[in-house]
Design a protein around this ligand. Structure first.
Ligand code: PLP
Length: 398
């Protein structure tokens, strides 16, 4: 199984202090509000013709219209940019809105994209259903094979990474890959939702654009759909001019507020998600019915050095002795459901994912095992979570 017990502790992340970022918000200063207010307004008024003309001409940065800029969303954008250690960020209506906006401005008909195998299933559909229609083709590579990734770069326009991938949990060695991409003039984009900026900071390793599905850990309560793209100002400006304003998938002020609220407990929550994922991995790695643990903490790979912590989302594979539907139906604490990053533990069995309706099914394309169980470890007490999974396995063994 080539498995290694996950380390008990990891180097603490070198991340700006979250509280000081969140307690000095520009938008809140007017009334000394502790939390960032929700600016639920479509538009903003001008005192005079001269002021309006200055704003239109771009010589004043006052707010105009909330599809473009909104104080609550702007606050979140500046906090995330600081956490990722980059110049700028933009908020979107969903993680997919962020992914689309990070790609569309940089490709055109005839271009080739390289993406990692087992990327998020709807990102795969974006490439296969939408980009293909506009004449952009995508080649898929095993992201854990750094030489294979580098060999695929010549002639490509953009490299799409997700480290780790959110079904097989395959890491990519970001520093050498980013260096090779730079030498080939290939733009690098990564989905960093699993690690969050607390546990992985891709810009420090040379990656150009960083995406967050803020619907997951950043908001953290399964009550928000939101996304962010972070990177150097020049690239974010290009996204502004070629995708943000005209595709219109902007983040709402209320969703920005929920993500800002979630960020206040991000460090605490991530520590528990990590603890729960590792506790389950340890309990299952020697279980006779489990053939594989898919968790970056349980496999040696040079890319692990980029992580200062682990998300709680991972997977494991059952042998033939377990009846998967019976296992799923026997869980008491853990629920069945898509998504991840909230307080509750959720599973999706591979067999159900393989059966997902619609064209371009990534689970079939990348031959996901029907015996894989994807497990989003929530915030429950670790002992209770482990007990729940072990009792469900016992009930489901033939
Ligand atoms: C790894 C990953 N990236 C991106 C997304 C897309 O985020 P959203 O649902 O907010 O569009 C998801 C959603 O499940 C995801 O799991």
């Amino acid at each position: 199984m080539n498995q290694h017990l996950a380390p008990e502790t990891l180097e603490p992340p070198a991340t700006p202090d979250l509280n000081s970022l969140l307690l000095a918000p520009r938008a809140a200063q007017a009334h000394h509000a502790t939390a960032v207010p929700i600016y639920q307004t479509a538009s903003f008024l001008f005192e005079s013709y001269d002021e309006l003309a200055a704003v239109f001409a771009g010589t004043s940065d006052r707010f105009i219209y909330s599809r473009g800029n909104n104080p609550t969303v702007a606050e979140l954008e500046s906090v995330i940019a600081a956490l990722e250690g980059v110049e700028a960020a933009r908020g979107f209506a969903s993680g997919m809105g962020a992914i689309a906006a990070a790609i569309m401005p940089f490709v055109q008909a005839g271009d080739r994209v390289v993406a990692v195998e087992n990327l998020y299933s709807d990102a795969f559909r974006l490439f296969e259903v939408v980009l293909k229609k506009f004449g952009v083709t995508t080649d898929y590579v095993d992201g854990s094979d750094t030489e294979a990734v580098i060999a695929a770069l010549p002639g490509a326009k953009l490299l799409y990474l997700e480290s780790p991938t959110s079904w097989t949990f395959t890491l990519q060695d970001l520093a050498p890959i980013a260096k090779a991409a730079k030498a080939e003039g290939v733009l690098t984009v990564i989905d960093n939702s699993w690690a969050t900026p607390l546990y992985q900071r891709p810009a420090e390793l040379g990656i150009d654009l960083i995406i967050h599905a803020a619907s997951k850990y950043l908001s953290g309560h399964s009550d928000t759909i939101a996304g962010l793209v972070c990177g150097p100002k020049a690239l974010i400006d290009r996204i502004n001019h070629e995708a943000y304003h005209y595709l219109g998938a902007k983040m709402s002020p209320f969703d920005a507020f929920l993500v800002l609220r979630g960020l206040r407990t991000l460090g605490l929550r991530m520590a528990r998600h990590m603890e729960n994922g590792l506790a389950l991995g340890r309990a299952l790695q020697d279980h006779p019915a489990v053939t594989q643990i898919r968790h970056p903490g349980f496999h040696d790979h040079p890319a692990r050095a980029a992580l200062s912590g682990y998300g709680g989302l991972f997977a494991f594979d059952f042998d033939a002795s377990v009846d998967v539907p019976r296992f799923a139906n026997s869980l008491r604490l853990t629920r069945l459901g898509v998504s991840w990053g909230g307080a509750e533990s959720l599973i999706i069995p591979g067999e159900a994912a393989i059966g997902l309706a619609g064209a371009s099914n990534s689970f079939r394309r990348f031959k996901v095992s029907p015996r894989t169980i994807r497990f989003a470890a929530g915030l429950e007490e670790p002992g209770a979570l482990v007990e729940d999974v072990l009792q469900a396995i016992e009930k489901a063994r033939k």
